[in-house]
Design a protein around this ligand. Structure first.
Ligand code: SF4
Length: 457
């Protein structure tokens, strides 16, 4: 049997695409390998949101070139955003690459592998390519899911927002929503298979349905319909402060299967920078959303960019102030890097020195760590529902996630992996929560709908 190995960079949507690539290869008779050294086909599923992952593609291709010296039959294919943007330039930059495939050409991978092999047998470079200009459909794929209890479900691909710093609309295309019936069928099937958690994916889930030109199809209505499906947990990512509606916020506060966690990228606390980023909201509006969510016990996490070309010290201090007020449960903080094709790339020079970007990054990281630590300490004494995800890094312990997406470590049997359990929190810190198993019971946890985690009475 031939074996494959997939490297995945970037967001959860890319992780799910990799499950699609694995499914396509499994359908063609391939088995997964536990190491690229044991594979006949290696795929890179790439990301271009920042500069570093692009460099990583070339350095990892160098590693595969060394493996090819030992195994000349090894075939390397590159897909994802880097492939979508750079296409045949990739062959010139790294001759170890045999084929390139676009974000919506995943089903063609087995054919590309064969073509690359045939060319090589004829003594020619294996170079073959299938990249649609900009994707305008959502490919139906036979997903080989990495987990038996957590599933990712794409509800939309692409984005029509065109934030000035973001390359996504240029590599992934404009917003394309799946029909609600397809999503409901997929989630119902996952529920029937015993999945405990479904994560809905979209570059901007709140804009779901806007391209379908039917006012009856909105993200809130989709979520409402999903509360009727007997699956214990529904999550979604990512939300956009400009597009999230009151109806979605209301749903997060109700007793239902929608988890109380929202990842909503703010990017900056300065109204001037937000306007130049073309984000469509102000600091005040964002903080109002956070307040409404906090009233509903929703854990809000975010993304922030420091060092946007026009960001002054005063603008940066606005972001510091926003982080202090919003008290995020966690934040991904990045240094701005210019992305080709974007408005910011053409309009501004990347003038803020690297050391200054680093200084701002470290200030925010330190502040956010302190807030995460304080917020986690507040959870001590609570008893919460945890979905056990696997062994913890600490030997002999298990790791899982609360409904509001905090990590909990506790002692328990490996048989609990994939189960919902109740855990009493005994410690909280920047690293997460530590607790004691109250019961390995599914009986204390409401089996499907509801279940906000507290044991009442
Ligand atoms: S909302 Fe903005 S940042 Fe997010 S994917 Fe769309 S263009 Fe990029």
């Amino acid at each position: 049997m031939k074996r494959f190995y997939i490297y995945t960079w970037g967001c959860q949507m890319n992780e799910h695409k990799s499950e699609g690539m694995a499914g396509v290869l499994a359908r063609a008779g391939y088995l997964p390998a536990d190491d690229p050294a044991h594979a006949d086909v290696v795929l890179f599923n790439t990301c271009m949101v920042r500069e570093k992952p692009v460099e990583k593609v070339y350095s990892e291709a160098g590693v595969i070139a060394l493996l090819k010296e030992k195994n000349p039959d090894l075939v390397l294919g590159v897909g994802g955003c880097v492939a979508q943007a750079l296409k045949e330039k990739l062959f010139r930059k790294s001759p170890a690459i045999d084929f390139v495939f676009g974000s919506s050409n995943i089903a063609e991978i087995p054919r590309l592998i064969e073509q690359a092999r045939q060319r090589r047998a004829l003594g020619k470079p294996g170079w073959v390519m299938a990249v649609d200009k900009i994707p305008d459909t959502i490919e139906e794929l036979p997903f080989l899911r990495a987990s038996r209890f957590q599933a990712k479900v794409t509800i939309a691909e692409g984005c029509s927002n065109f934030c000035s710093f973001c390359i996504v609309p240029y590599t992934t295309g404009l917003l394309r929503s799946r029909l609600p019936g397809e999503i409901l069928s997929e989630v119902s099937e996952l529920a029937a298979q015993g999945y405990k958690e479904v994560q809905l994916l979209g570059q901007n889930v709140d804009s779901y349905g806007k391209d379908l030109n039917d006012p009856r199809i909105t993200f809130a209505k989709l979520l409402r319909a999903l509360t009727e499906i007997p699956i214990p947990r529904i999550r979604f990512t990512s939300s956009h402060p400009q597009d999230i509606t009151d109806e979605v916020i209301e749903l997060l506060g109700e007793e239902n299967n929608i988890c109380e966690h929202l990842h909503m990228a703010v990017q900056s606390g300065s109204d001037k920078v937000l306007a130049e980023m073309r984000r469509g909201y102000t600091k005040e509006h964002f903080l109002k959303l956070v307040e409404a969510l906090r009233e509903r016990n929703v854990n809000v996490t975010t993304d922030i960019i420091v060092g946007f070309p026009t960001e002054t010290e005063e603008d940066f201090q606005e972001t510091v102030d926003l982080v202090q007020q919003a008290r995020f449960g966690g934040a991904f903080i990045f240094k701005y890097s210019p992305r080709p094709k974007t408005v910011a790339f053409y309009k501004y020079r990347d003038v803020i020195p690297e050391e200054e970007k680093q200084r701002r990054l470290e200030i925010l990281l330190t502040l956010q760590k302190q807030i995460t630590d304080e917020e986690n300490r507040k959870r001590v004494g609570q008893t919460v529902e945890v979905l056990v995800e696997g062994p913890a890094r600490q030997k002999g312990l298990l790791m899982g996630k609360t409904r509001d997406n905090r990590t909990v470590v506790f002692e328990g049997s490996l048989e609990l992996i994939g189960e919902l359990v109740m855990v009493h929190i005994t410690e909280g810190s920047v690293a997460g929560l530590v607790g004691e198993l109250v019961s390995d019971t599914l009986t204390l946890v409401p089996s499907s709908l509801g279940g906000r985690g507290e044991i009442k009475g």
